[in-house]
Every structure is written in structure tokens, then in C-alpha cells.
Ligand binder design. Sequence first.
Ligand code: HEM
Length: 539
Amino acid sequence: MSIASYLSSLQASEWLSVVTLLICVYVAHFYFRYFTRENPLPGPTPLPIIGNLHQMGMGTDIAAWAHRLQCDFGEDIFETYYGSQRTIWIGRADLAVPVLASSTKNNYFNRGVSSPGMREIGLETVGIAANRDYESWKFNRKFFSTVVMSPRFLKKSISATEKLFIEAELYLNNLGSKTQIDMSKFLFRFFVDSMHLSATGKPAHAMAGFYNSLVVPKDKRTDHPKELLDATEEIIFSIKNEFKAARFMFFFPPFIRHYILRYYNNKYVNNVKRFDEILLSIIRKRKAEIDAIPDGDSLNPDMLTLLLTTNTSRDLGIISTGEITRPMTEDEIRADLKEIFSVGIDTTSDSFCYIIWHMCKNPLEKDKVLKELNEVLGTDPTKSIPYESLDRLKYTEAFVKEVLRLNPVLPFLWKMATNDDTLGGMKWKAGTSVFINVYGTQTHAKNWDKPEEFIPARHLEGTKTDRNAYIPFGGGPRLCKCPGKNFAMATLKLLTALLIRRFDIELVDKNAPLKTSFTMVRHCDELKVYLRPKIPITG
Ligand code: HEM
């Protein structure tokens, strides 16, 4: 009797027995492989199919979970599973040396293992952060970094951010010092405006939309056209979806996504497609605008225009891409634009929430920052802050760095061994997934005195930090890690200076812990404060 005819002859109860038997075989096979694995490391025992996903708590704080595991197992190298993917976690700087070595021969170029989900949403062969195609990554990264790291872009963006702060100040003053303001929401909007302006040269009015949603009397609302605000809301929705979608697609195996969580799978995939359409329409509109400007007339050198014109007949001669002589394709520009919106906004806005939190929790340190600001920038808080003076704000910078040490927005770095390698004294096969526990290394007693205490002075010049012990902007072969580092640091210093010179900040609930969650970065979910203007409000 063939297997097919045997199966078709089964009764319902016999079917149940067959299915139960198959499940038992699968589970036995799974645990046989688990208990006989090479280099067994301490770690929570995984379940078949889902691994430790149920313990990771996808929406909650994976950084806190990883930290607990590192403490529970008393080890700086341990393992977990997402789905059936085994992952080695490294939480000590010296163990991370092979992974973070800045050499072209580094074995950990790829960000995590290849994931069917990330391929499904087309992220593994375009853009930068998740791109696994070396040549394509190198091309995109070259364009992106050349623009974002150029002094001209930094200067322009800082000046635009300062102007946006004046707009923010107006809204905050109008809301009044008795209004509880959730800075996690407000700052997200602020950074949408800031990145949109830096990337496209045009305002998005995300803060205005948020302000209008809080103000009850209609005559107090701003008069931005509704269609404009609605279009921005759609961009905001897309940005928020992007990380959630990437987390879902990366961590969940295809079987679970396609058969059990099908609704979510389709929802995320469609939202990602919609974001791509929105970005393409922004690009095409700009292209048409450029085409309508006669040759020889000047163009505004914002990021989008530079990406569109470099290595074309309209090249503005502002950025040089070296040996790369071809222009970018529409799809490459779309991916780079998405990068600045998705990677650039949450990281900076969440980091700034953590800065505000530490300002409130450490008033003596805040006073030291204020003292420096008065000394370097003068005592008039309404005076503009030139880009060049940010470099002289050494204590402010140390404060920001200490916040990023204790609250890294990327709490772990995803890597994958391209070839067989030795890590932690053990041999590992090519394809091994390795996560560097950033929070673990940045608070390791081996590298830091009083690691859990907030001490900005430890970052002042002349203080030595052990190799790989401080990695909030990453490390390893992807050149200088995060290409947005200078942009992010300058922006965070500027905003710190602007906010604490112009407002007294008070947490609404001084005893409440920080509310955080994780998508692909660690978000501050809520930060309610009262803001009292220090400068008399006029008009
Ligand atoms: C406080 C703010 C920020 C933090 C803490 C941060 C941190 C990081 C980290 C840890 C990485 C991964 C590095 C690695 O795997 O070794 C990264 C990558 C990246 N960041 Fe940032 N980032 C910030 C802001 C920004 C901004 C504002 C931009 C854009 C303007 C940006 C663009 C990128 C890109 C494109 C990558 C991928 C680089 C590559 O794979 O080659 N980041 N960032």
C-alpha cells in the first residue's frame, strides 16, 4: 500500500495519532540536536519552532532581557535562539575584538544572518544598514556618507535644526507650563521635521500636526493645510511601521509568519510597499522640479538633490564619489532616503529622550553643563549657536556620551561570521550568528569604575576607554560604523544646549521608571514632563 493510499484510509482519531507522532519525532529531534550541539553555552532552553522568542518579549525591552541573562548566567558569552536560529551573545569588550576589528579582512561584514523575511521586503540587496551585497552596500554607503559627513551638510542641518527649535519653542510655550508634554511623542515629530528638512530641503510640519492635535480651541491651531498635515501623518506612520516590520520579518520564521501570523505579515509587507511608493513620489517630484530649472541656474544642495544630480550633467560639484562615476538609480536613492528616515529619526529622538531623563535625574550634572554653556556660548540664551562652537562644548559632549553609554539605542550589534572563526576560545562555523551586547560591554565592571553610575567626567579628554568598551555607534568593518555619528552628536549637543538654557524641565512622575520597548532600536515609549520657559514670553 502506498503512503498516499494509507493516509487516505485513516480515520480522524488515527490522523490525530499520526500528527502527535510526527510532533513527538520533531521535538525529540530538535532536543537531540540541541543537547548534542557543538560548544554548548549557558542560556535559556529554547522551545521548538519559536526558540526563546516567547522570553525575548518582542515588544518589550530586549536589552534588559539580554542584561538579565548576562547577570543570571554570570557569563559574558551565552546563547539564545530566535526561531531555530542559534545566536551567540558577547557581552565583554575583549571577547568582541575579532568581531569588531576595523580591518578589511574582518570576518563579520554582514549584519546578522540572512533572513527570508528581510529578503521578502527587499532589504537585503538595497540601501545600507541591512544590505548584504557588498558591492551594492559600498556604492550606497559611499554616496550616503559623503553627503551626511560633509561639513557643508552638517552646518546646514545644524542651522535648520536651530530654526526648528524656535518653532518647537513656540508650540511648547503655547501649550503652557501646566500641560503634561510627552516628550517621546513631541521629539519624534521634531526629528521627523529635522530629517525631512535635511534630506529633502522641504519642511514636513510634523510638530505642527502634533501641536494641533493637543490644542482644543480651533483658533489657536496653526493654519497648515490639512492635506499637507495628512501627507506627513502618512510618512510618520510609515516610519514607525518600518522598524516594526523589520523586527517581525527578521525574527519570525516563514512558517509562523505565513501560516499563523498571516494577517500581520501581510499588513507589514503592504505598509513597507506603501512607504516605498511615498518615497518614490517625493523623488520623482523633485526630479521634475530639477528638470524644470534651466541648466546653469543654481539648485538647492539638499541631500535629495545631491543624490539625484551627482555624476550627472547637473552635478553640483559638491560631493565627490571617487572612483564611482555612475549616478544613483531611482531605487538606490529611494533606499538611501528611507535609511535617513528610518535609521536617523528614532535613534536621535530616543537618545534625546534619554538625555532629558538624565538631566532630570542628575541635577548637579545638569548644572555643570549649564555652566559650560554660559562660559562657551555667553549668557544670552537667545543668541544663535554656531556650528563651530559645538566642538568646544566638552562637558556637554561628555554628558551626551554618558547617556549613550547607559542607554544605547542600539542595545546590540548584529553580526554573522562569514568564514569559520574562533570566538571566546571556541571554534565556530561560518554562518554563526553573533550579537554584541552593547549595554553589557558598556556597563562591564572589567572596563568601567562604578559602571551603573552616571558620571559624565569619565568621557573627558585624557581619560582612556578600553577598546570596544564604548560602542554606541557600533564597530567593525562597516567603515566608521554609523555614518550618522557626527550628525547625531552635533544635533544632540545643540538640542541639549537649546533646551536647558530655555526651559526648566520637571518629570511629571519623578519615581516612575523609564518606559521602553524594542523594535530594531530601543525606544523611549513615554516621557511626560512639565516645561517652564526661562525666557519671558513676548507677543
Ligand atoms: C544617537 C543617534 C545614533 C546612534 C546611537 C546610532 C547608532 C548606530 C549603530 C550602533 C549602528 C550599527 C553599527 C554596527 O553595526 O557596527 C548604526 C548604523 C547606521 N546608522 Fe546610525 N546611529 C545614530 C544616528 C544615525 C543618523 C542620524 C543616521 C543618518 C543620518 C544614521 C545612519 C546609520 C546608517 C545608514 C547605518 C548603517 C551603516 C552601515 O551598515 O554601513 N545613524 N548606527
